[in-house]
Design a protein around this ligand. Sequence first.
Ligand code: FAD
Length: 308
Amino acid sequence: MLRSAILAASRSPQMRTLVEKLPPTRAIVERFVAGEPLDAALAACDELTATGRRATLDHLGEDTRDAAQAAATAAAYEKLLEALKETGLAQHAEVSVKLSAVGQFLPQDGEQVALENARRICTAAADAGTTVTLDMEDHTTTDSTLGIARQLRADFPWLGVVLQAYLRRTEADCRDFSGPGSRVRLCKGAYQEPASVAFQKKDEVDRAYVRCLKVLMAGEGYPMVASHDPRMVKIAGELAERNGRKADSFEYQMLYGIRPEEQLRLARSGATMRVYLPYGQEWYGYFMRRLAERPANLAFFLRAMATR
Ligand code: FAD
């Protein structure tokens, strides 16, 4: 119930205005978001890579209905990738992109605009010597996002996609995307989805996650295990071993600010560990999904409000 309410609020412009105005919000947001300017993101990225972790940077934004805004987001990614190249961080850092931030929902030719903007970003990534992963949004976008990914992969075979274990379709998608060279980030899924398309109970989602992991680990691609769940991390390690995978043939991924000690432990153990690093002004939707995920995150937020 609470999760549904917070996820509904994550898409409400009125709630957004209210939450953004709350005095303690900024300090709490900083727990999950690197900051607003590019420099803050580069500094956080530098800190992660200095401790043996990799990064995937997300220039925050989603759901744009404005073509100029979509183009500006693509330009921001080009600038980010140029900076990663110049600083040498591109060796350890890639970018994550939401297609809805680069035009997918535009009323006219949205998919085409998103494809072209994503192509600009992929071209800049290739020039910087790094890669791009397309984030996955709610289930109404899955076919469109995977379709755009397939088109881009013809020119950028290293393009990563995200699959969400809570969707009933995902085990089959894992099979489709487990071929040679395929990079797949497997997460549980962060949106409010109906029972017709998604498992609703936590144990059902967890079991689906393990089934998908089995497919990806046995496949010929590069699985990216995106979870903070200690059980999933353990099972991923066991499956990697059972399938004879070396540390450079799969990776673990966690979100910035979540379980940093575990991130460091995995990196020190020799595993490849990548941190999803969001930055920029458009933090509202991302932040609300983090609150919805975990009562402790929400409690932290409410406590901070109460002490002001
Ligand atoms: P949960 O089921 O939320 O938690 C399981 C257990 O993990 C908890 O019981 C606890 O032991 C531990 N845990 C979880 N959170 C914390 C915490 N804050 N502190 C301490 N322990 C914790 N979702 C999408 O829909 N699309 C995407 O493109 C996408 N990209 C992602 C990229 C990355 C790198 C990651 C890590 C997640 C991404 N997600 C994405 C979010 C994802 O779908 C989940 O909503 C989110 O990761 C929570 O699921 P979980 O697997 O961590 O486990």
